[in-house]
Design a binder for this molecule. Structure first.
Ligand SMILES: [Zn+2]
Length: 471
């Protein structure tokens, strides 16, 4: 007897499909059928009609369909100061640029920036964003940020930036005391209320993010972990981004950051550490044994000359490594750029051209992101969430496109993204948002940027040309 046909809502057909499913990783001349918010069928385009009926058909000949990219760590509001502070290393960059900007930003300015940066990210093929929002961090702003992300159409997380009381590490890093405005208890209460409003499983959910292992009160770090366990979320922190931070931490606590996390009993598979660069061998082993996630932010790390995440050692130890853009002030929101940067930077780090492959780099940006989020995404298979990106490989910069997977990690630009689907809904079609007025989103962000830079007193950083002394 013939199998009954599936009824689809939307069908993509004609292009190649990169699934990231080890059982069926690449389908040449494939088709993908979507029903509701799930992938219903994947196979060869010639077999489609034998299995699937109905649905709006999109011809994607000459394109490659991939799982939606997961940007595991970014700061959407930072787009208000994009490129300012260029040439500074992390500590002055924070003290002279980012912290004054953060201490002065209003809710409306933050939301305008989040809307624009989310749109930029989505147009560039990312379907999930983990946004570490750390200014301002009142309950109303955190929920407004989540609302703005959802309105533009992504899936994601607002990782609420938590400061608590000023401690020795913060003083040594010259942190702006105006940002340390809440007590530890107030920080926890606000975060708990935000998680209650947007619990795990929401299209955009909230996580605790004690900002940095170096400048947070250790008791508050532990309480953030406890809050994540209690509410069933994951949590995120910046950790070991620069060598100086590790030196400061070690001189205060007598041990290195990951060792401290382990000894405090809060290193497990719910922790997600942004940067994760300056770990020693013992720390890498501890992270691997815990099943922790380390987030590689290769473009930002090069921009601030912070260092290079030890990808090979972390992966061999069993750490789940994902990929992020980190910081729209540094790098823009381009996950294809992040993939290429990780790809070739890691080869240089190991002086080995086989240190990475395109398949492995794509997994960091998709499958590993799904594992970090504990969601059924990042892999295209029957039953997974229908979050996907369609990339046009017909541009001259891809030709002759002999190995499409390599084109994705080496020659694709964000502007090659043709369609993006999140939760079974097409949110970008033919390179344009289906949900928001793009011109207005950009204009609102420009206006917010101008007034904030003036008010924060950082207009001195807006310079047309800096003559280099060493040129
Ligand atoms: Zn960051």
């Amino acid at each position: 007897m013939q199998q009954p046909k599936l009824f689809a809502d939307i069908v993509f057909r004609g292009g190649d499909v990169v699934t990231l499913d080890p059982k069926n990783p690449y389908v040449k001349n494939g088709a993908v059928a979507v029903s509701g918010n799930r992938i219903a069928w994947i196979g060869k385009a010639v077999d489609l009609h034998a299995h699937v009926a109905g649905g709006r058909q999109l011809d994607i000949s000459g394109h490659v369909l991939i799982p939606g990219l997961v940007d595991s760590h970014t700061h959407l509001f930072q787009s208000l100061g994009k490129t300012l502070g260029d040439g500074m290393s992390l500590l002055p960059w924070l003290a002279k640029f980012m912290m004054p900007l953060s201490a002065n930003i209003t809710r409306d300015e933050a939301v305008a920036a989040v809307r624009m940066a989310t749109l930029s990210s989505l147009l560039g093929g990312a379907t999930t964003l983990v946004d570490n929002h750390y200014a301002p961090v009142d309950e109303g702003t955190i929920l407004a940020v989540a609302e703005a992300m959802e309105e533009v159409g992504v899936r994601g997380v607002v990782a609420r930036g938590i400061y608590g009381p000023m401690v020795e590490g913060g003083r040594r890093m010259n942190c702006d005391p105006r940002l340390f405005r809440y007590t530890a208890q107030e920080e926890l209460d606000i975060t708990r209320a935000c998680i209650a409003a947007r619990p795990t499983g929401s299209r955009v959910e909230v996580w605790p993010m004690p900002l940095n292992v170096v400048y947070l009160d250790p008791e508050l770090m532990i309480a953030c972990h406890d809050l994540a366990m209690e509410t069933g979320t994951s949590w995120q922190a910046h950790c070991s981004e620069s060598m100086f931070e590790v030196e400061i931490f070690e001189s205060i606590h007598g041990k290195r950051p990951a060792r401290w996390l382990h000894d405090a009993g809060i290193l497990n598979d719910r922790i997600t550490l942004a940067h994760a660069i300056w770990f020693d061998e013992e720390e890498i082993a501890l992270l691997g044994a815990a099943g922790a996630t380390a987030i590689h932010n290769p473009v930002c790390n090069q921009y601030l000359a912070s260092g290079i995440l030890p990808l090979g050692p972390l992966m061999r130890a069993g750490v789940n490594v994902t990929l992020g853009t980190d910081g729209t002030a540094c790098t823009g929101m381009n996950m294809f750029e992040a993939m290429k940067a990780a790809h070739i930077l890691q080869r240089l780090r190991e002086l080995q051209p086989d240190a990475t492959s395109s398949e492995m780099i794509l997994a960091l940006a998709t499958r590993n992101g799904g594992r970090m989020l504990r969601r059924n995404l990042g892999v295209l298979a029957e039953g997974t969430l229908a979050d996907l990106t369609v990339v046009d490989l017909r541009g001259i910069h891809h030709q002759p496109a002999l190995r499409p997977v390599c084109c994705l990690t080496l020659s694709t630009m964000g502007s090659d993204v043709r369609h993006v689907m999140v939760e079974g809904e097409i949110v970008v079609e033919n390179g344009r948002s289906t949900r928001v007025d793009q011109d207005k989103v950009v204009a609102d962000c420009l206006q917010a940027s101008r007034s904030l830079i003036r008010r924060a007193g950082i207009d001195g950083l807006v310079i047309d040309w800096i003559e280099s002394a060493s040129a």
